[in-house]
Design a protein around this ligand. Structure first.
Ligand code: KMH
Ligand code: ZN
Length: 273
């Protein structure tokens, strides 16, 4: 059994989850700062960050990111990974904005897929542009894999010199319109990764905890959070991101994976700062 330190990432806000769906969604910069502190204290090492306007509308506005990051940094040393995915209707210019703040890490989706009734559009020129900005600014990408062929896209981008291995991948499993979420698929994805890659799983909706358990057992890392799932169990809302993290911490304890410290996580993820 794998005993390597486990990185728990929290997708705390997202772009699609609403206050109507759950009253526990953090929206303002202060709420996000407080949530980051709580999940860090519960054992998470990284926050995958989206931000919202005060009315809850998702935005990639740099100033909203700046404020949220300030509030997070006032309270905790958690690793900050900004989203460059944003919401499906955003332009490439909008999506790139938070990179100007030189965060430690940023998400980078390497393909296009259906996303519910919408399309999450990531053509190669957009991916190349985001990847290049990240490289210029020493921002480490987390490669988001929503569908199987995205791994081949990542390999092509490595061959073209756009992405530099070793890379950290996140398998987003169970988005309606993209790949499903089960063990055989996870095993296949792991088998297709470029050498020396590290990986995590974000199980969407009801798949969140079953996929987290598999990831812990197989030596990967875990992403949970209200972006991906709002329930702690069937029909019961999680009272914030912290409950989701606590459930994964409990699992890790039972399975025997220690939680990564921030320093260990930075090393595993090969962060530059
Ligand atoms: N909101 C989704 C369309 C990312 O953050 O990089 C895309 C997303 C991925 O959340
Ligand atoms: Zn996201």
């Amino acid at each position: 059994m794998n005993r390597d330190p486990l990185i728990i990432t929290v997708a705390a806000v997202g772009a699609e989850t609403t206050r109507e769906q759950t009253p526990y969604l953090p929206i303002t910069a202060e709420e996000i700062g407080e949530e980051a502190k709580r999940v860090r204290e519960a054992g998470a090492c990284m926050i995958h960050l989206h931000v919202r306007k005060d009315d809850g509308t998702p935005t990639q506005d740099k100033e909203f990111f700046r404020r949220a990051i300030e509030e997070i940094r006032k309270r905790t040393d958690i690793i900050i990974q900004v989203s460059t995915g944003g919401a499906v209707w955003m332009t490439a210019e909008e999506r790139a904005q938070p990179l100007e703040l030189n965060p430690q890490m940023a998400s980078l989706t390497v393909g296009t897929c259906n996303f519910g009734d919408e399309v999450f559009s990531n053509p190669f020129p957009l991916i190349r542009r985001l990847a290049q900005t990240m490289r210029e600014r020493d921002i480490v990408p987390e490669i988001e894999i929503f569908d199987v062929g995205f791994i081949d896209n990542a390999k092509l981008l490595i061959k073209q010199g756009v992405l530099m291995p070793p890379l950290h991948f996140d398998f987003v499993m169970g988005v309606p319109g993209a790949m499903g979420a089960d063990e055989s698929l996870l095993d296949f994805l792991i088998s297709r990764l470029p050498e020396d890659s590290t990986w995590s799983v974000a199980g969407i909706g009801r798949h969140e905890f079953s996929m987290a358990e598999l990831a812990i057992k197989k030596g990967g890392h875990v992403r949970v959070g209200l972006e991906d799932n709002i329930y702690i169990e069937k029909g019961v809302l999680a009272k914030g991101n912290v409950e989701l993290v606590e459930k994964v911490v409990e699992m890790a304890k039972k399975i025997g994976r220690p939680l990564a410290t921030i320093e260990e996580a930075k090393k595993i993820l090969r962060l530059k700062r």
